[in-house]
Design a protein around this ligand. Structure first.
Ligand code: AMP
Ligand code: MG
Length: 333
């Protein structure tokens, strides 16, 4: 946040499979320092979840508001149970079905998790990531790691080590490079503390998949912009590129007609003949492929100086819900 913190470190970037890299990461984390690590969703900015001082460094490096809680990453159900005050049968069923994987479960927090992690709340989100680098670091540490996405607050999450360098270079001591993230968008967040399980953030594990395991699942309505947040992590504007992003709802052809030479396009179809290819970003037609490439494309649009990004209307269906959520919030609409 301060100018001084921006250049506090000369950030090292190591391939995750370089000799000693995992050990160096675990050592820094044990000393209360921050390390950016790949997960299967996006890159995370990890700190010892038991240490308020270590976790405070996350908020400072990201410029993250103190009211936005962090997800605690664990390498087993056993470690998850150390972070929570209750492990209901729904949690056990979901962990069995989806862990390790992109599902965060909100549960009553244990005393071992300091208030700063949960933004002062009585609940904590826990998740067991399915990335060999993150798992290996957790195994070496032996303690849970609080890890939000490794971007500056409100910006697009990083899906490659280079994105982390761009946003957090100089602010953290170490980034492990594990290549591009497989899934490409943040985890599904499910609240298990109420009477009915409630989806707080959609992700690539869909509502239908959760319902197949649990039965009824409610969907949290994001609060209106002027309303105070009832639950943290429901900000309307989030995940934004620098450019103004417009998720086109109606006639895509008409929207293209309004474009100028600072407009970039994200579409699942080929560019019309007259469009310059460097401003037309074609993504896969399937939701999984689209998610994998989306954030990298948003980062690239920013680098190329896009002023406006037009996104082609998305298909309907369960698989596209999370992508529509992220793009709607990136548009701040
Ligand atoms: P990030 O790790 O940057 O993807 O952000 C973590 C997100 O997890 C927050 O923005 C919230 O949406 C969600 N989250 C974490 N902990 C909680 C919690 N205790 N209650 C509700 N949502 C949470
Ligand atoms: Mg984030």
């Amino acid at each position: 946040m301060t100018e001084a913190s921006e250049h506090a470190f000369s950030t090292e970037v190591h391939p995750a499979d370089a000799p000693g890299a995992l050990g160096q990461a675990a050592e820094l984390l044990a000393q209360g320092q921050l390390v950016a690590l790949p997960t299967e969703t996006v890159y995370g900015l990890a700190a010892d979840a038991r240490s308020p001082e270590a976790v405070a460094r996350i908020f400072e490096a990201k410029g993250r508001p103190a009211g936005n809680p962090l997800i605690v990453h664990v390498d087993s159900v056993e470690m998850a149970k150390d972070c929570v005050a209750a492990w209901p049968s729904a949690a056990a069923q979901l962990a069995e079905a989806f862990w390790p994987g992109p599902l965060s479960l909100v549960l009553p927090k244990a005393d071992s998790i300091p208030d700063i992690v949960t933004a002062g709340g009585a609940t904590v989100a826990v998740r067991c990531p399915a990335h060999p680098v993150f798992s290996a670091v957790l195994a070496k540490c032996g303690f849970p790691l609080a890890a939000p996405s490794a971007n500056r607050s409100n910006r697009v999450s990083p899906t490659r080590a280079e994105h982390v360098v761009d946003q957090l270079g100089g602010r953290i001591p170490l980034i492990l490079d594990g290549g591009a993230c497989d899934l490409g968008i943040e985890s599904t967040v499910l609240d298990l503390t109420g009477d009915t399980p409630t989806l707080l953030r959609p992700g690539m594990i869909s509502l239908g998949q959760l319902q197949a395991v649990l039965g009824p699942v409610a969907t949290a309505k994001p609060p209106a912009a002027a309303e105070p947040l009832k639950s943290p992590g429901q900000l309307q504007r989030h995940y934004s590129p620098r450019a103004k992003l417009i998720l086109v709802k109606g006639d895509f052809g008409a929207a293209l007609g309004q474009a100028d030479e600072t407009t970039h396009v994200i579409a699942r179809t080929a560019a019309p003949a007259a469009w310059p290819s460097e401003r037309w970003h074609r993504l896969p037609d399937a939701a999984a492929g689209f998610a994998r490439e989306l954030y990298d494309t948003l980062h690239r649009c920013d680098q190329l100086g896009a002023v406006t990004i037009l996104v082609q209307p998305l298909p309907d269906g369960d698989k596209w819900v999370a992508l529509r959520d992220r793009l709607t919030r990136a548009a701040g609409a």
